[in-house]
Ligand binder design. Structure first.
Ligand code: BGC
Length: 746
């Protein structure tokens, strides 16, 4: 559809265009030293159609190349809700639940539906590419952006991402799966050197991306800020060409993260096709490199071709007449339903939940009960039209809350909020309001006046910063006292206490979880939070979420605890992934480290039984079909997640005790109803990555299958064998560390 010459011309034009004044004013970015935190002006872009979108590409009218628009994600589309010179229209988007919650649903169909709704907003607001989903692995609970990512496990990450991508792209718009790769922390994110072995890279940090690329064909990939084994991700030929394109067959284009990388010439050569947002100095360097013969036009042609191939598919190129009126009402319903599907019931003694239909009055404790956190901060924050607070959600469900408590908390939060200092940068998170210190006498009065206590603990985080241990991962003394005191005082009156966790990432629970009767992990549930929480607490929705990330007993047990966020301590320059493949449950299960709540864990208001495990064969041929019957043995309808863990023989390669190799969610099963779940293991599911051969190898021997409702609640087991070792897939020799890395070994 275009000629070689045109492409060359496009580049020439691009240089001219981007180095002029207009370009400088196009991106209102400012850097704040010393942290290089960037703040976006979010003013309407001069040539951009969509105010508040993260980027608008250069248009070249003479060549018929229009300006493609890209905007953040991942919890929904991020654009400005209001525009200068337009007081009549608003441009709000739906704030869906955060990624961690969506992954906890283990429901790919549901995630696809959320993706389709987000994609519709992308399409109808005139955006071409959503800068989402984020899919880095939860390497450490303190990762500041973990809420934007799905899981500690690459299979869950890959499958949930693929579902999201398929949903978004079903609208004829694109995504940018990000941040490729091994971007597992915010501390020094643009300079940190991640040292990691080939095997760990392939099995843990690349595998999710591979699944997503191969099963959902994302239009674009966003390279990450960090270095991998000494080379910036955006300048890595191994990562962006050898692995992404040659090994995996990626067809789209690669863009940098905003201002990512150092050397634009190396970026172009590596196959990082687009520099975002693009600076005049980068273009100067490119032009000079072309002039000096250091960079060949063929390389640039290739980059441009990748971009134009996608551009042709965009609504902008196809002149789609977007409405600016997506169906926000129906999307709110999708957000509400999705949120309740991903909430995880961590504890429920003596059927504390769901509330009895006769329940009248609830004592609501904790700042966050009156100040819900619906999503994280930074580029992943969505500008929604409204949020349903817990107070509102409870009232919608005809639950009465104690007004005396409300009248203590609300003015306190109001006063603290008004005293917030002026933000130094656009994305600076609000300061944390210290937990209100409630007199014991007030708790006693509340315990008399109400039938149950609901106490919310909240945590927020976001781009630029990792979380801290004190007063973040660990609860503050005031929070712990509140949980203990409320529990003791309510229990003394024979009344129950429910703790709600309104958090984006893992926190410590072990030191206080014995006090309340029930704990619901509500995550950050999006704009319908209050309604979704009420739906679960009242039993309108039976919780079926399962942890896609482990809650360890203590931070010291986390396998990367001593190697996060890197060394030197003050300002890390490198981080060594010494735990290797032993991330999350792969570590806890292999080294028998007890955890607070294991991977895959989550309770229900009903019970399930698994039986009749059948394997299609005792010997592995090309694939193996595994079936199991799941029966709802309780008294209310519910859904269960069937998880398949594989224990592989270990002759030449060490193996984790078990690895998730398949999962499926049942439909809503009525009491006594049975569903047969079928999972298929292909040859790849048997493999581990052998660095010596740069290949995925299935070792000969006996394989153990464990079917469970969590990584520890194994209900059915079986075995099969593979007679001869098999090389299932050969890949390139890539991302080789420059010096040996001493990984954890069992
Ligand atoms: C973030 C990306 C985001 C981009 C554009 C960067 O700071 O890391 O996730 O897509 O900004 O807003």
């Amino acid at each position: 559809m275009y000629h070689f010459d045109t492409i060359k011309f496009f580049h020439t034009y691009l240089f001219d265009f981007k180095s002029n004044e207009k370009f400088n004013s196009l991106y209102g970015y400012a850097f704040e030293q010393p942290h290089r935190i960037c703040a976006r002006s979010h003013s309407p872009t001069p040539i951009g159609k969509v105010a508040g979108a993260a980027g608008t590409l250069s248009e070249i009218p003479r060549l018929g190349i229009p300006a493609m628009v890209v905007a953040d994600g991942p919890a929904g589309l991020r654009i400005s809700p209001k525009r200068k010179n337009d007081s009549t229209h608003t441009f709000y988007c739906t704030a869906f639940p955060v990624a961690t919650l969506l992954a906890s649903s283990w429901d790919t169909a549901l995630v696809q539906k959320v993706g389709a709704a987000i994609g519709n907003e992308v399409h109808e607001y005139g955006v071409d590419i959503l800068l989402a989903p984020g899919m880095n692995i939860h390497r450490n609970p303190l990762g500041g952006r973990n809420f934007e990512y799905y899981s500690e496990d690459p299979l869950v990450t890959g499958k949930i991402t693929a579902a999201m991508v398929n949903g978004v792209q079903s609208n004829g718009v694109g995504v940018s799966i990000k941040h490729f790769a091994a971007n597992n922390q915010e501390t020094e994110r643009s300079t940190i050197n991640t040292l990691v072995t080939e095997r760990t890279m392939r099995e843990i940090y690349l595998q999710g991306f591979k699944i997503a690329v191969q099963s959902s064909n994302p239009w674009t990939v966003m390279s990450s800020y960090n270095k991998i084994n000494g080379t910036m991700a955006s300048e890595s030929v191994d990562l962006l060409t050898n692995i992404l394109r040659k090994d995996w067959g990626f067809q789209g284009f690669v863009m940098t993260d905003w201002f990512g990388g150092k050397n634009p010439v190396e970026q172009m050569k590596a196959g990082n096709d687009l520099l975002m947002p693009g600076t005049p100095s980068q273009l100067k360097k490119l032009a000079e490199a072309v002039a000096s013969g250091q960079l060949s036009m063929d390389v640039l042609d290739n980059n441009v071709e990748h971009i134009l191939n996608i551009l042709l598919k965009t609504p902008t190129f196809q002149k789609y007449a977007f409405s600016n009126q997506p169906d926000l009402k129906s999307h709110a319903q999708i957000a509400r339903a999705a949120a309740s599907e991903g909430m995880v019931l961590l504890k429920n003694e003596q059927k504390t939940l769901p509330f009895s239909p006769k329940l009248q009055k609830i004592a609501l404790f904790g700042n966050t009960s009156y100040n819900m956190i619906t999503g994280g901060t930074g580029s992943g924050d969505v500008n929604e039209a409204y949020t349903v607070s817990m107070v509102q959600g409870f009232s919608n469900a005809n639950l009465l809350i104690d007004n005396t408590l409300k009248d203590l908390y609300e003015p306190y939060i109001d006063k603290a909020t008004k005293a917030f200092p002026k933000k130094k940068m656009f994305f600076e998170p609000d300061p944390v309001i210290p937990e209100y210190e409630l007199d014991l006498s007030k708790i006693v009065i509340a315990a008399e006046a109400n039938e149950v206590a609901v106490l919310t603990i909240g945590r927020n985080s976001g781009e630029f910063l990792d979380r801290k241990l004190e007063a973040d991962y660990y609860l503050t003394a005031t929070e712990k006292d509140l949980i203990k005191n409320v529990s003791e005082i309510f229990h003394a009156k024979g009344k129950k206490v429910v703790v709600l966790l309104n958090i984006g990432g893992v926190i410590e629970t072990n030191s206080w979880s014995m006090y309340p009767d029930a704990i619901l992990l509500a995550w950050q549930a999006g704009q319908e939070s209050g309604n979704s929480i009420a739906d679960v607490l009242t039993g309108k929705v039976n919780p079926s979420g399962k942890l896609a990330t482990t809650f360890p007993k203590d931070y010291g047990h986390v396998p990367s605890a001593n190697n996060f966020p890197g060394t030197p301590k003050e300002k890390p320059t490198e981080v060594i992934y010494k735990e290797g493949i032993y991330v999350g449950y792969r570590y806890y299960e292999s080294f028998a480290v007890p955890v607070a709540y294991e991977f895959g864990y989550g309770q229900s208001y009903t019970t399930f039984n698994f039986k009749n495990l059948k394997l299609s064969d005792k010997k592995f041929g090309n694939q193996l079909t595994v079936t199991v019957d799941v029966t709802n043995t309780g008294t209310v309808a519910g859904k269960e997640v069937v998880q398949l863990y594989l224990t592989a023989p270990s002759k030449n390669l060490v193996k984790p005790a078990q690895e998730l190799r398949g999962f499926a969610k049942t439909s809503l099963l009525q009491p006594n109803q049975t569903q047969t779940i079928t999972l298929v293991l292909d040859a790849k599911s048997l493999t581990s990555f052998d660095e010596k051969q740069s290949a995925w190898i299935a070792e000969a021997g006996k394989y153990g299958i464990k079917i469970g409702s969590s990584s520890q609640k194994i209900q059915q087991t079986g075995t099969f064998s593979l007679e001869k070792e098999r090389m299932v897939e050969k890949e390139s020799k890539s991302l080789v560390p420059t010096a040996p890395i001493m990984e954890l070994r069992k």
